[in-house]
Design a protein around this ligand. Structure first.
Ligand SMILES: [Zn+2]
Length: 122
């Protein structure tokens, strides 16, 4: 499943970074996902929950920022953000096949949980 392998890649990257910074608990991970990446957010969340078990990121909250689709217009040379995916510049009436962004999936940041944070007692 596509999303599970993405979740594994995200976890591997966060784990490696957390280890090298002496972070032993990750509270929140912010991802930027392009609208054209084909990633199903709910499936990614589910997959992440599975792969993060018994890791530094177990129970971490995933925050997803959606990256817009941006193309370059070959007539005007400008970049253009699209609301829907039709790859067309209305101003110059040309097709815009050059995709500048919208397909990425990257880790923006993660928040370490301080070791000294008081634990919730029930
Ligand atoms: Zn244009």
């Amino acid at each position: 499943m596509h999303e599970v392998s993405i979740a594994q890649a995200v976890l591997a990257e966060v784990t490696a970074s957390a280890e090298s910074h002496g972070v032993d608990r990750v509270g929140r991970i912010t991802l930027r996902i392009g609208r054209l990446s084909g990633v199903v957010e709910s499936a990614l969340r589910f997959g992440f929950e599975l792969v993060a078990e018994n890791s530094v990121a177990e129970g971490a909250e995933l925050v997803v920022e959606n990256e817009p689709v941006v193309v370059r217009c070959p007539a005007g040379g400008h970049s253009l953000e699209l609301d829907d995916v039709h790859f067309y510049c209305d101003e110059h009436q040309v097709a815009c096949p050059e995709l500048l962004s919208g397909r990425q999936l990257e880790i923006v940041s993660y928040d370490p949980v301080p070791v000294s944070a008081p634990r919730e007692v029930r």
